[in-house]
Every structure is written in structure tokens, then in C-alpha cells.
Design a protein around this ligand. Structure first.
Ligand SMILES: [Mg+2]
Length: 260
């Protein structure tokens, strides 16, 4: 499908600003969702277009993901000039020292591991991904009844520990002991870089925080110059929508053409 005239006009206007942050979610936006998250790879042409964008003057490219920073770096094949924000912004590739958890956060993580071991026994097929600041319960390999029950159990576990931040996604629930959120992470990066305008694309609940935060940015000029794109269906606060990862690559190409 060709991109809508509205979206192309928005890309033209966006690309004309002096300095840009072009940020995107990884899974479900840049990389098609797959049953085993470790098999995930960027869609054809995606990283190539982003690498070309990152090489243009005044453009910073960022990948913003719930994944651990190390996973995101390996699976995406991002170049060093790209800024990677992992663990929903709790990890930042510009800060090599990584995460420093408090003793209380470490103790909470240990308690969480004990409880998740029981959860996995009770819900066969669910599995737990370890991240530096939390754990993620995955149910993508489970059937349509058992999967949601396991996610409910994970959310209930999160609710019992008030210090945990539970973030539901597509067939996942993340339980984090340190949480920034994609919205705050995007605004923080835009502020650090001092860019005039921010592009963000994503496909999931957590990305909606990004869309909403960019719309409500205190820097009203920057908020007015945002360009937000929801990938796939579902209710959204984004300004535009594309059908899938392939169409997002077309948006990157349009950005490149307009910027050049
Ligand atoms: Mg996603």
C-alpha cells in the first residue's frame, strides 16, 4: 500500500526541521513479532534506512524497547551512532555503566524470582525472560486459554508487590524493579539532544505512553512538531498509522527522501 497523502505531507514538514530525533520501537514495529523472541530480526531494509538516516547531518536515530539493552543491541545490529534505550528506558547505551540497583531492588528481584518459579510450575508453557531490572513472563507459545490465565497470575503477582511496576504487552507481562517508561525516556532523550522535532513509531501499549508524552511535551513547539505513527491496528494516541513493519520502512524511506 502506498503511504497516505496525510502521512507523506507530515513527513515532508517533519523532515524540514533543523534537528531531528527519529526513534522507533523494535519488536512489532521494526522487527516482525515471532514466537521465540530470540529469533527476532529487523524487517528487510529497516536498519539500512535507519543507518542512512543516522548518517545525515542533524539527525539522531534511536531504538526504544522493553528489551534488555544487550539483547536490543545484538538483535537489531544497530550502529554505534544510534542511541539504544532498553528496558523501557531504564538502560541507555550512552551510559556504559548500566544499571545500579539498590539493595532493596535486588532483594525484590530475588523474591520475584522465587514467586515466578512457582508461577511457571503452575502454568506450563509460560517462560520467564531475565532482564537487568526485571523479569518478563511470556505466553506466546501457550494456547488461547492458558496464556491469558498465566498473564493474569503475573499481573496479580505484580499487584501484591507495590514496588514492582507491572507493564502488560502482547502476550507478555513485565515486572520491573526500576522503571522509566518509554514516554519519559523519549522526552529525556529529546531534551538531552536539544532536537527541534521527534518522530516515534511503535505497535504496543507501552508505545502509547511514548505517543502521549510527546503530545503533552512542555516544550509546546516540539510537541507541535512531533510525528507519531502506530504500526498495526488497535486504539492509538498516535497521529498516523501504517499497516505493518514493511510500511514503516517506507516511512523511513520517505523521511530520507524528504531530508535529502
Ligand atoms: Mg513493540
Amino acid at each position: 500500500m502506498p503511504l497516505s497523502p496525510d502521512l507523506l505531507a507530515a513527513v515532508e514538514a517533519f523532515a524540514g526541521r533543523p534537528t531531528l530525533l527519529v526513534a522507533t520501537d523494535f519488536d512489532g514495529a521494526l522487527a516482525p513479532l515471532v514466537p521465540d523472541p530470540s529469533d527476532s530480526r529487523p524487517v528487510e531494509g529497516g536498519m539500512e534506512r535507519l543507518t542512512e538516516l543516522a548518517a545525515l547531518p542533524g539527525v539522531t536515530v534511536s531504538l526504544v524497547s522493553g528489551r534488555a539493552l544487550r539483547d536490543l543491541a545484538v538483535l537489531s545490529g544497530a550502529t554505534p551512532e544510534m542511541v539504544l534505550l532498553g528496558s523501557h528506558g531504564a538502560e541507555d547505551s550512552r551510559h556504559r555503566e548500566g544499571l545500579a540497583l539498590t539493595e532493596a531492588q535486588q532483594a525484590l528481584l530475588a523474591a520475584l524470582d522465587d514467586e515466578l518459579a512457582t508461577l511457571v510450575e503452575d502454568h506450563p508453557g509460560a517462560w520467564v525472560e531475565h532482564k537487568p531490572a526485571g523479569r518478563v513472563v511470556h505466553t506466546r507459545r501457550m494456547d488461547p486459554v492458558a496464556g491469558p490465565a498465566a498473564l493474569d497470575a503475573a499481573s496479580a503477582l505484580g499487584a501484591r508487590h507495590t514496588a514492582l511496576v507491572a507493564t502488560p504487552g502482547k502476550e507478555v507481562v513485565e515486572l520491573a524493579v526500576a522503571h522509566v517508561g518509554k514516554g519519559a525516556a523519549l522526552l529525556g532523550l529529546a531534551e538531552d539532544l536539544g532536537v527541534d522535532a521527534v518522530f516515534y513509531a511503535g505497535d504496543d501499549v507501552t508505545d502509547e505512553h511514548g505517543f502521549a508524552a510527546l503530545a503533552a511535551n512542555d516544550r509546546e513547539e516540539r510537541a507541535a512538531r512531533r510525528l507519531t505513527v502506530r504500526v498495526g491496528d488497535g486504539e492509538t494516541a498516535a497521529q498516523h498509522r501504517v499497516a505493518d513493519e514493511h510500511e514503516l520502512v517506507e516511512v523511513f524511506q520517505a523521511l530520507l527522501d524528504a531530508r535529502r
